[in-house]
Structure formats: structure tokens, C-alpha cells
Design a protein around this ligand. Structure first.
Ligand SMILES: Nc1ncnc2c1ncn2[C@@H]1O[C@H](COP(=O)(O)OP(=O)(O)OP(=O)(O)O)[C@@H](O)[C@H]1O
Ligand code: SF4
Ligand SMILES: [Mg+2]
Length: 321
């Protein structure tokens, strides 16, 4: 598989009136064409901020987002509009993103009109009906308003709106988090099915590890705006290396068989407005040593091909303890 999305040292600071919030703090990452890359981490760690910078919704403070080699934030406005066709986002709460006064058919058709893609209205409506059927809503749903749909149906409509422009890269930001568990499974399977049929690449963001391990080929774990570990879903699910990944996975009911005890983290997540020096996790890490307070560990290759940002893993302290 070739790389489709390359993120280089990406940062985003928010100015919160009196303080500067370092929401994303130097992330480098490659996402391959056709894969699902899962992004996990506790609330506030910067997942949505990262997703929005990749999805052309939020300008980075520094760093690059390269889509098929092109720096999307250096592109002209006109070019960015074209890139928007290629890169789409599906959000958690379709109700707030669907205009309640418009019918579903128009909401799905509108992106085609905005992008001047299909000038013939009959052909356009035909495409809308095909798309509705593809996401499991029959053509009659075109006449309904968002309030006349269930939560799962609204999320299907939101998927149709995102896919009508035939994107190749889709950011799913907590796309099933607002749904009941049984409906979640249906929408996840629909997303998997659509990926196969349409050859999509997903950045799949969720705080729910079970959902991410079910969906993702590879997973990245975020903590306080940094990536602390990336690897295949099986590697992270069966043998997490980073102490934070270990704690995160030990607390979940994993789809993988796992060994080891539950690790309960002490202390609170530090504020992203006052990042700790050195390793961002050192204030809560049971293995922290002096170096952890001084030097931020780089996300470096580990023996089995994954990447991990931890002095302990890099220097093999775990074998010594
Ligand atoms: N517009 C904003 N202005 C100031 N701070 C912000 C803004 N948006 C996000 N933040 C802060 O940036 C940090 C990262 O937020 P973000 O929404 O990216 O986290 P997240 O991982 O998606 O969280 P969640 O799992 O709750 O969705 C948080 O500390 C948040 O409070
Ligand atoms: S670098 Fe140190 S503090 Fe950070 S996770 Fe590794 S052992 Fe813990
Ligand atoms: Mg979020």
C-alpha cells in the first residue's frame, strides 16, 4: 500500500483569551491508501483538532498535511475547494450538522450543486437516489426531513452527504459514538462495506477502543497532543508497549485475547496550556525516570515494526525490571 496522507510535524495552538492551548504538538504520521487508521486517546487529547486539520477545516499553526504529496494548506483557495471533494469528514452528531429545514434529498444533492459537478438536475437526482440506496436508505427517504429519521438513519444520511462527491479519504470523527450499541454495529459494518466498494481510506477517530480495534488496520494512540505509539491493531491490542497504551488497553474489554493486569493511572491529565517538560506522560507514568522529565522521547521504530515514544522502550528498561 502507498501513502496517501502524510502529516509532518503538525501543531495546533488555540489562543484561549488568556492562555495558549497546545492541542496538537508535533505529530508526524503516514496513512496508507485503502487502510483504516484508528486514532484513540482520552477526551481533549487533540483527536478532533488533528482530524480537522487533515480535513481542511482548521489551519495548522505549523507543520504540513500532504495529500498524495500535495501540501493542502499551501494550496490556493480554488485548489482547496477541489481537495474538499477528495477529503471529507463525517461527524459524531449528524442532527446538528443536517439543516432541519431541508429535505434529505436536497442535503445529499447540495454538494454536487456547490461543486458544479453534475449540471443536469435529472441526472443529479438519480445519483442522489443511488447514493441513498448505497447507504441503506431507499429513495423515498429523499422526501423526508432530518427530524423524521432515527439516529442511525441520520448517520446514514450524513455518510451519503460525505460520499456523494466521491472522496477517496474520509475522516470519521466519533462517527458512531452518539448511536445505540446495536445501531453502532450496523453503521460500522456499512462503513466497512463502503470502504471495500469505493476504495476509501479512513482516519477513524474514537475514544472507544473496541470500536477502533474492530475497524482499524493500524492504530495511533494520542496523549496530550502527541502520538505515543502507532502499530497494527493486533500489535497494540495484544502487546501494547507504551505505558499509556498499556493503561488504555488494560481498561477496555479487548476484542483480542490479552494477558496482564489492569493498570489504573494515577493523577489527572495535565492541562494542554501547561505541557510538562520532557515526556508528556511522565507525571502519570509508573516507570518515569529523571530523563523522562528532561527529554521528550521521539516516536521511534520498535523491534516489531511499530513506533513508540518512550525512553523505557527504546532503552530496554522493561527487560531490566
Ligand atoms: N476552539 C478552541 N479554542 C480553545 N481551545 C480549544 C478549542 N477547540 C479545542 N480546544 C482544546 O484543545 C484540546 C484538544 O481538543 P480536541 O477537541 O481536539 O480533543 P479530542 O481529543 O477530540 O476530545 P474529545 O474526545 O472530547 O472529542 C482540548 O484541551 C480542548 O479544550
Ligand atoms: S518516556 Fe518515561 S515517562 Fe514517558 S512513557 Fe516512557 S517511561 Fe514513562
Ligand atoms: Mg473530539
Amino acid at each position: 500500500m502507498t501513502e496517501q496522507m502524510s502529516i509532518r510535524d503538525l501543531c495546533k495552538d488555540y489562543d484561549d483569551g488568556s492562555r495558549r492551548v497546545h492541542a496538537v504538538n508535533g505529530i508526524t504520521l503516514n496513512i496508507r491508501k485503502g487502510e483504516t487508521f484508528g486514532l484513540v486517546g482520552e477526551s481533549g487529547c487533540g483527536k478532533s483538532t488533528l482530524g480537522q486539520m487533515i480535513g481542511l477545516l482548521l489551519k495548522p499553526t505549523s507543520g504540513q498535511v500532504l495529500f498524495e504529496g500535495e501540501d493542502i494548506w499551501q494550496a490556493s483557495r480554488r485548489r482547496q475547494k477541489q481537495l474538499h471533494q477528495q477529503i471529507q469528514i463525517i461527524f459524531q452528531d449528524p442532527y446538528s450538522s443536517l439543516n432541519p429545514r431541508k429535505r434529505i434529498g436536497w442535503l445529499v444533492e447540495e454538494p454536487l450543486v456547490i461543486h458544479h459537478l453534475v449540471p443536469d438536475p435529472v441526472q443529479r437526482r438519480h445519483q442522489v437516489e443511488e447514493m441513498l440506496e448505497l447507504v441503506g436508505l431507499d429513495a423515498s427517504y429523499a422526501q423526508r426531513y432530518p427530524s423524521e429519521l432515527s439516529g442511525g438513519q441520520r448517520q446514514r444520511a450524513a455518510i451519503a452527504i460525505a460520499l456523494i462527491l466521491k472522496p477517496s479519504f474520509v475522516v470519521c470523527d466519533e462517527a458512531v459514538s452518539a448511536l445505540d450499541v446495536s445501531i453502532q454495529a450496523q453503521v460500522l459494518n456499512l462503513l466497512k462495506d463502503l470502504q471495500q466498494k469505493l476504495g476509501l481510506t479512513y482516519l477513524f477517530i474514537s475514544h472507544n477502543l473496541n470500536v477502533v480495534t474492530y475497524m482499524a488496520d493500524r492504530i495511533g494512540v494520542m496523549y496530550l497532543g502527541s502520538l505515543v505509539e502507532t502499530g497494527s491493531a493486533v500489535q497494540l491490542g495484544t502487546r501494547p508497549l507504551h505505558p499509556y497504551t498499556q493503561a488504555l488497553f488494560s481498561a477496555s474489554v479487548s476484542v483480542f485475547e490479552k494477558a496482564g493486569k489492569r493498570i489504573v493511572l494515577q493523577g489527572d491529565v495535565p492541562s494542554p496550556a501547561a505541557l510538562p517538560a520532557g515526556c508528556p506522560f511522565h507525571t502519570r507514568c509508573p516507570y518515569a525516570r529523571d530523563i523522562c522529565q528532561r527529554e521528550k522521547p521521539a516516536l521511534a521504530p520498535a523491534a516489531d515494526g511499530r513506533f513508540c515514544a518512550c525512553h523505557r522502550v527504546r532503552e530496554g528498561w522493561e527487560e531490566q525490571t
